[in-house]
Ligand binder design. Sequence first.
Ligand code: MN
Length: 263
Amino acid sequence: MSSTLTHRISDSRPDDATLRAAHVVAVTATADTRLGGAHRVRLNSAYVTALELAGLVPLVIPPLSSPAAARSVIEAVDGLVLTGGEDVDPELYGQAPHERLSTVNRRRDETEIALVQAAREMRKPLLAICRGPQLLNVALGGTLIQDIPSCVPGALDHDAEGVHDVRDVRAHEVAIEPGSRIAAAVGETRIQVNSLHHQSILEPAPGLRVTARAPDGIIEGVESEDPGWWAIAVQWHPEEMSDSPEPWDRGIFRAFADRLAEG
Ligand code: MN
């Protein structure tokens, strides 16, 4: 950890009272075999950093063998963060696999769908990122575009990682609906975002409102229509922008923390 980051984290925790009051949030992770052949739980550390900078305590939740355990997880935490990762299995939204479908992880899908259902039932705030809005949408009955380059002619390049090999380049604009929860969180209605995805929401699920779009029409943000359930979902990666000169992305984590503080 850099000395700058250590300094900033300590700044966000001025005293013991703040530490005692810290809210704990479940953060979903994956498990794969890419490291030396062993099955390992994996989460990009940027999520941990961004949540800690907002004063939150991340509790990492891997794919579980019993989705029913998701209820126990949600009972134990104050909120839920859905993170980036694999494509959602298209069988879960009634489509045959497209030829450009990437890796799927059915156990992770089922665990996260159960987490979403429990969070909605218990009205626990939810922040969803990248795969997160896609999973949230499928969990609530919506569908996905399986591969933007081959399914949406003329679409912008939404998968900048292959071109730039970096995760924090602002790649395209997003227009955000004035008055929406996402607009309140970022503090603007027109921002530039990083973009590391080849899928997106096609038909929004009942109960979700589209409040952010790229200039090509691709859905970049949705949020819960239920005033009693705070849930926002963004297609970009605010967790990679903790050091950005613009406050927009840190505002998303701060809005989540503020909602948790309201109880
Ligand atoms: Mn994008």
